[in-house]
Design a protein around this ligand. Structure first.
Ligand code: CA
Length: 229
């Protein structure tokens, strides 16, 4: 996995170095800018995974940086740092598009907790590709691929395959599959799971490719690349 990159836009050298040191120690890659325009340019040209943005900045204040940035990038999490704590400032920050807010002086641990929470929240937006054996599932395009063959999936087929891909080699009971893919009150006696597993097998076993979704008799199913025992 590539290193998570954080852009720190802060004019006060002491705080900038404190953040750079602390975040660097935690394994983040840290870029810094000392004024608003430089920070905005860096954020646009080389988008980070998260931005720490001071409000009072030379050149252009943090609120304007955030507003301008949001017109081109509405996904990167922005954590505002401010010297003042007032409801009004807070509202202004959120209006400008900030995701969270931290009042100076702050403890590094508090900052780190907020940073991690924002990064976690931002994660699902990034397309991710699940891989198992020669099978792939792209959560961005919601398409599957086996070897060189790409296939489309209906909404339920996708959910079911994602459940398998997210739990490889783990036996999924019929109850777990019902709970996660269908509503809990969907009739447990129905053969809908069998029907959907059959659809997925048809799509993932073209040209006699070996089976990946195996039946575990009396229990459920498992995604596995060894032959059925
Ligand atoms: Ca400042």
């Amino acid at each position: 996995m590539s290193q998570t990159k954080i852009l720190v836009i802060e004019d006060e050298e002491r705080i900038r170095q404190f953040l750079q040191r602390g975040l660097g120690f935690e394994g983040f890659r840290v870029d810094v800018a000392e004024d608003g325009p430089t920070g905005l340019k860096l954020a646009r040209d080389n988008p980070p995974d998260l931005i720490l943005l001071d409000v009072m900045l030379p050149g252009m204040d943090g609120l304007e940086v955030c507003e301008r940035l949001r017109s081109v990038n509405d996904e990167v999490p922005v954590l505002m740092l401010t010297a003042k704590e007032s409801i009004e400032d807070r509202v202004k920050g959120f209006d400008a598009g900030a995701d969270d807010y931290l009042v100076k002086p702050f403890a590094f641990d508090e900052l780190l907790a907020r940073v991690r929470a924002l990064l976690r929240r931002a994660q699902p937006k990034k397309p991710k590709v699940f891989r198992f054996a020669d099978l792939e599932l792209d959560t961005g395009t919601r398409q599957g691929k086996r070897g060189e063959v790409t296939f489309d999936l209906t909404a339920k087929e996708y959910e079911l395959l994602e459940l398998f891909m997210d739990h490889p080699r783990q036996v999924l009971t019929r109850q777990v599959i019902f709970d996660r893919v269908w509503d809990y009150d969907f009739g447990g006696e129905s053969n809908i799971i069998e029907v959907y597993v059959r659809y997925l097998r048809q799509k993932t076993e073209v040209d006699d490719m070996p089976r990946l979704i195996h039946t575990v008799r009396g229990i459920g199913y498992v995604l596995r690349d060894e032959p059925t025992q």
